[in-house]
Design a protein around this ligand. Structure first.
Ligand code: NAG
Ligand code: NAG
Length: 275
């Protein structure tokens, strides 16, 4: 015949002991093991009070086709210059020299984001001119989307000089993000969506490289062209132009952002105890 339940009541069993016993010691040890190792693990693993965190993102970068170049053509201070800013060109007078430029941006891994800029500039020279130094500014539009949306305009600055006249400057580098502060983790961030060079300005000071770089470096979020090994090639054939060859990569960036301190630590603690 099957059994069936007629009635039930829970039973509470209390185990009592005095303070100085092995049982008390055992309970203390168990208590300590429950709380202290998780705290140590949490402390050792991430740092207990996490205030910052990072994520990876490849930015969306586009070359803006803005260019400014100044080349010293003698050791005594002669130069030629050109830019995509008409006001700047008008100020150059006889120093204006119009180069031939070709630009290609490539998406090498077909993920919809451009990875590489190939920039070539041929600067025509008269027979008695030689190139001793180059200063070049290129501007980019730079966007991040993963946490906060960042839209800004940035630049790459190339400067190289030599006591020996050159025929070509070859540059291969990365356009790297420089963050002075952690980025907010959400929201739209457009305060730096302003032209790096104010092309509408009729004043020479707007195109002065020292001024441009000073106000650019005042920003908390910039890019810098990291190019540890520029190659200066000498031996230019008579009548051939000076050439700049640049390969600029747009790499994956590690972006710092703040965590709300209390919230993060509480989350971490509770996660530790749940495990
Ligand atoms: C950024 O600036 C460009 C050019 O000035 C403008 O077309 C664009 O709408 C701006 N983007 C944002 C999100 O403000
Ligand atoms: C840039 O950073 C400084 C300190 O790090 C801060 O005081 C300033 O407000 C920041 N500027 C902008 C525009 O965020």
């Amino acid at each position: 015949m099957p059994f069936y339940e007629v009635y039930f009541h829970p039973v509470l069993i209390r185990y009592k002991t005095t303070i100085c016993t092995k049982a008390t010691l055992f309970v203390c040890i168990v208590f300590c093991l429950t709380y202290i190792p998780p705290l140590l693990v949490a402390y050792r693993s991430q740092g207990f009070w996490v205030k910052r965190n990072t994520y990876e993102e490849q930015p969306v970068v586009r070359f803006q086709y803005q260019t400014l170049i100044i080349a010293a053509t003698s050791p005594s201070g002669d130069y030629v210059a050109w830019s995509t800013f008409p006001n700047f060109n008008n100020m150059q007078g006889t120093n204006l020299r119009i180069p031939f430029i070709s630009v290609r941006e490539e998406d090498q891994n077909q993920d919809g984001k451009l990875d590489l800029l190939k920039f070539q500039l041929d600067l025509p020279l008269t027979p008695d001119e030689q190139v001793y130094s180059i200063q070049l500014i290129l501007t980019f539009s730079y966007q991040l989307f993963r946490m906060s949306t960042v839209v800004m305009q940035t630049l790459a600055f190339v400067q190289h000089s030599s006591s020996v006249p050159g025929s070509q400057l070859f540059i291969s580098g990365d356009l790297q993000l420089q963050q002075r502060n952690p980025l907010p983790h959400r929201g739209l961030h457009t305060i730096y969506n302003v032209s790096v060079i104010d092309g509408a300005s009729p004043f020479a000071s707007a195109y002065d490289l020292a001024n441009v770089i000073r106000s650019y470096q005042n920003r908390n979020l910039t890019t810098v062209l990291f190019c540890p090994s520029p190659v200066w090639i000498v031996g230019r054939a008579a009548g051939s132009p000076f050439q700049i060859n640049a390969e600029i990569r747009y790499p994956m960036e590690v972006i710092r952002y703040p965590l709300v301190c209390l919230h993060a630590s509480v989350c971490e603690l509770s996660a530790t105890y749940l495990v």
